[in-house]
Design a protein around this ligand. Structure first.
Ligand code: UD1
Ligand code: CA
Length: 508
């Protein structure tokens, strides 16, 4: 029999989710880049249902807003009062009007449901021609769930809620997952006959099953192989469990497609991340948002990478990166913070204790140690000395800095923006650069050193420092040709700001 697309998927998401103890609606709690509701909708997507309808109630505005942003094709129907799962489905059928064919019902809080299971449900339902097909699970502890009562021919006879069950029924280990495929006409007419005569005074969707069987219709069950698929999330413990199961699934999928994950138990990869074969992910690493990692790149250990593009062969260790682009063959880390708008070219480097924001570091350029670079454009082959700061903020506004190709910025340079350092220019270590430095020039902006001879011997008499100095002076006197003369000569050279006054000193 050929399969047809369901007429509708109905997602029940009006409940409060009291046990989350949260201001946020239960179905809006997130893991691995999606809300609970988002995971469920992603699972239903391959069904290509003609309509997707989400029943909303508690925190309806927040849920509606979330749907508009993430699943604009889904429609929402408000259930003013949560009068039961049957009531929720009934008002959807009334709101949507003439539905014919298959209607799939799922809950908004079962994020581990797989698309393949839903496709199998619809296939089995349509092949068997039954009025309803219920997804069930055989569990060790059925407490709280509706129990599935079978008829002698193996079909489903009815579902009895835990609270309404007698002793013998409570012994049944097959439970209702809350996921179903229905024939729309059968569902509509059966819902009209469901009473509120139960312990909660609600219209139970589960009662539809008994009504259909009573009317001589057939109802089947599809038992899931992996019970975790139908696990509902009701509190934060279950939320963490669901995340852990989904994380393992995602990691397995990437490993099977050729990605090395050194330690899957400490690696967390969001649903929208893309990885190429031969990427290597080291332990304690979180890849989030729309991050992509190209072949041969290594990420981690100890990194949180959000919405970042990592090029081929790049190495990113102990790094936090948010909305950045890391070029092929670049090296980042350890202890590096790449903020939004950072772009590293090919073979660039951002080293230890370096923060970059809204800046481009050109091909082969390096910011190796202890620097802040914000709102700057750095050309190719340039080196930014240790502890350089791009002073981009004057307390009121941010200003740009431009650094050319093959520039050497001396260690501990303050580049006070707006400022431009031309191609091939240098700055002297310790300079505060407030004026543009033209191509090929050396920018120097620092106080001269003054040396007060024997200051420690006079002012810090008797200290360990003074004693060390005395020993050094005595030793120098005992061997008069050597060190003391050279030291004096070097001092003089520094005063003249000659070639020894090189700025680089990056220590790399
Ligand atoms: C339901 C089933 C039970 C099954 C279990 C699986 C019924 C009567 N019982 O029980 O057989 O084993 O799910 O988890 O259906 N909702 C609404 N509007 C309402 C009531 C509920 O949208 O008026 C939504 C909830 O937000 C939730 C879902 O429907 O997403 C299930 O409702 P819940 O009250 O949790 O049903 P259970 O008691 O768990
Ligand atoms: Ca429940």
């Amino acid at each position: 029999m050929t399969q047809s697309r369901p007429a509708a998927v109905i997602v029940l998401a009006a409940g409060e989710g009291t046990r989350m103890k949260s201001r946020t609606a239960k179905v809006l709690h997130m893991f691995l880049g999606r809300t609970l509701l988002g995971h469920v909708l992603a699972a239903t997507e391959p069904l290509e249902a003609a309509a997707t309808v989400v029943v909303i109630g508690h925190q309806r505005d927040a849920v509606r807003e979330h749907l508009a942003a993430t699943a604009p094709e889904a429609r929402s129907v408000v259930q003013e009062q949560q009068n039961g799962t049957g009531h929720a489905v009934r008002i959807v059928l009334e709101a949507v009007g003439d539905l014919a064919g298959t209607v799939v019902v799922v809950c908004g809080d079962t994020p581990l449901l797989r698309p393949a299971t839903l496709l199998a449900l619809v296939a089995q339902h349509q092949d068997g021609g039954s009025a309803a097909t219920v997804v069930t699970a055989r569990v060790d502890d059925p407490t709280g769930y509706g129990r599935v009562l079978r008829s002698p021919d193996g079909g489903v006879r009815s579902i009895v809620e835990h609270r309404d069950a007698d002793g013998a029924t409570l012994e049944i280990g097959e439970i209702n997952s809350g996921i179903y495929a229905f024939d729309a006409d059968a569902l509509r007419s059966a819902l009209g006959q469901v009473s509120t005569d139960n312990s909660q005074g609600e219209e139970y969707l589960t009662d539809v099953i008994g009504v259909l069987v009573g009317a001589g219709r057939r109802v089947d069950a599809m038992v899931v192989l992996d019970n975790r698929e139908v696990m509902g999330v009701n509190d934060r413990v279950q939320l963490a469990e669901a995340r852990s199961v989904m994380r393992a699934r995602i990691n397995e999928q990437w490993m099977r497609s050729g990605v090395s994950i050194v330690d899957p138990t400490t690696t967390v990869i969001g649903v929208a991340v893309q990885l190429e074969a031969d990427a290597v992910i080291h332990p304690w690493t979180l890849l989030e948002g729309r991050t992509t990692v190209a072949a041969g790149a290594e990420v981690g250990p100890g990194s949180q990478i959000i919405d970042t593009t990592i090029g081929r062969g790049a190495v990113v260790r102990f790094t936090t990166s948010d909305r950045a682009v890391i070029g092929p063959g670049s090296a980042v880390g350890p202890y590096t913070y790449l903020r939004p708008g950072t772009e590293l070219g090919r073979g660039a480097r951002a080293g230890a204790f370096v923060e970059l924001k809204n800046s481009r570091v050109g091909d082969g350029s390096k910011v190796p140690h202890l620097s802040y670079v914000g709102d700057a454009q750095i050309g190719e082959g340039s080196n930014i000395g240790a502890a350089t700061v791009v002073v981009n903020y004057d307390g009121v506004a941010k200003h740009p800095t431009v650094i050319g190709d093959h520039v050497r910025i001396g260690s501990d340079t303050m580049l006070v923006a707006p400022v431009t350092v031309g191609d091939g220019a240098y700055t002297a270590a310790g300079s505060v650069i407030t004026d543009d430095v033209p191509a090929g020039a050396m920018g120097v902006g620092r106080a001269r050193q003054r040396t007060i001879v024997d200051w420690v011997l006079r002012k810090r008499r008797g200290t360990a420092s003074a004693k060390a100095a005395e020993r050094a002076q005595l030793a120098a006197k005992a061997e008069p040709t050597g060190d003391s003369e050279r030291a004096a000569g070097e001092n003089a050279a520094a005063e003249t700001l000659d070639g020894r006054d090189t700025p680089e000193g990056t220590g790399s």
